[in-house]
Design a protein around this ligand. Structure first.
Ligand code: PRP
Ligand code: ZN
Length: 298
């Protein structure tokens, strides 16, 4: 593989896959997917995307096989604690959180099992694929429980009689309720993060990384932003500016043939709700248009 191209590892299939590809697309990347489906070749940037098992991503980046990785903070933290346990260097360079893939690692018990506080877990077996994070939490809460390490399908462990409780990821909660389990405590909160190799990048790669990071910031900023255009009487300007959510300095444009009215254009950095439009109308606005913002460069 070309040494001059940035290699980004993302999850092959799972909760982060579509969001991660979408983020890179919004950053301007056009890619073609290789025959093996494991490599997306960047056609308009020196950047390739490798589709990997999420659990492998921290090591791929730490060992400089990939320059960058997008991974859940849960996977990263589990890896970090396992390196600590082995007495190995455990620092990851976390560049930024990416504002998607939010989920939490929780303790859950069968719906009919009473639970008041962590001490109720004393003496129980807890099944998980996150043994290091769980053991740390148990130690922090002075709970004496045994950790049953599984490689998947943790939610069925109680029904199989392998454990009395589980520690697993929850996003929507659908998996827990389908398995008649209830969440009783949060162990770790997670979202997707961008990580970087500990090996210094070449100047060319670093320049591209910086460009991409600025674009990621731009993508995150416009997510909720709207461009709003309306007509209003000059006399209502102050009221209307107050009503426009999260907009700094709107553009005021005179309207040909209507000296008493102006057009106002503004970027609103928050979502614009129907209630806001109704208040704007009540304040004298007309011809109100709300448009999505696709890109923004501060
Ligand atoms: C997690 C977890 C549950 C599911 C919970 O698995 O193990 O199966 O997601 O999500 P829900 O609350 O929306 O139902 P994940 O998809 O992360 O797979 P992995 O652990 O095998 O990577
Ligand atoms: Zn996984």
């Amino acid at each position: 593989m070309d040494k001059q191209r940035l290699k980004v590892a993302i999850q092959k299939s799972g909760r982060l896959t579509d969001h991660s590809l979408d983020l890179l697309t919004r950053c301007g990347l056009k890619y073609s997917r290789g025959k093996d489906q494991l490599l997306c070749f960047g056609e308009n940037m020196p950047l390739d995307v490798l589709l990997m098992r999420d659990d492998d991503i921290p090591d791929l980046v730490r060992e400089d096989v990939c320059d960058l990785g997008i991974v859940g903070r849960n996977v990263l933290e589990e890896k970090r604690l396992s390196l600590v346990a082995q007495g190995l260097p455990s620092q990851f360079i976390e560049l930024q959180a990416l504002d998607y893939g939010r989920c939490r690692l929780v303790i859950a018990v069968p719906e009919d099992r009473p639970y008041q506080s962590p001490t109720d877990l004393n003496g129980l077996r807890i099944a998980t694929t996150y043994p290091h994070i769980l053991k740390k939490w148990l130690a922090d809460h002075a709970v004496n429980a045994s950790v049953v390490v599984l490689s998947g399908a943790v939610e069925i462990a109680p029904r199989l009689g392998r454990a009395e409780a589980i520690c697993d990821l929850v996003a929507t909660g659908g998996t827990l309720s389908a398995n008649r389990l209830r969440e009783v405590s949060t162990v770790f909160e997670s979202e997707a993060v961008l990580i970087q190799t500990p090996v210094p990048l070449s100047p060319d790669k670093l320049a591209w990384l910086n460009r991409i990071r600025l674009r990621i910031d731009g993508v995150q900023q416009v997510k909720e932003s709207k461009y709003i255009m309306l007509h209003a009487p000059r006399s209502a300007l102050a009221d209307i500016r107050r009503l426009l959510p999260g907009s700094e300095s709107p553009t005021i444009i005179p309207l040909e043939g209507h000296p008493e009215r102006v057009a106002i254009h503004a970027v609103c950095r928050e979502n614009v709700f129907w209630e806001t439009l109704e208040s704007l109308k009540a304040a004298g606005a007309s011809a109100v248009l709300v448009l999505p913002v696709e890109k923004m460069l501060a």
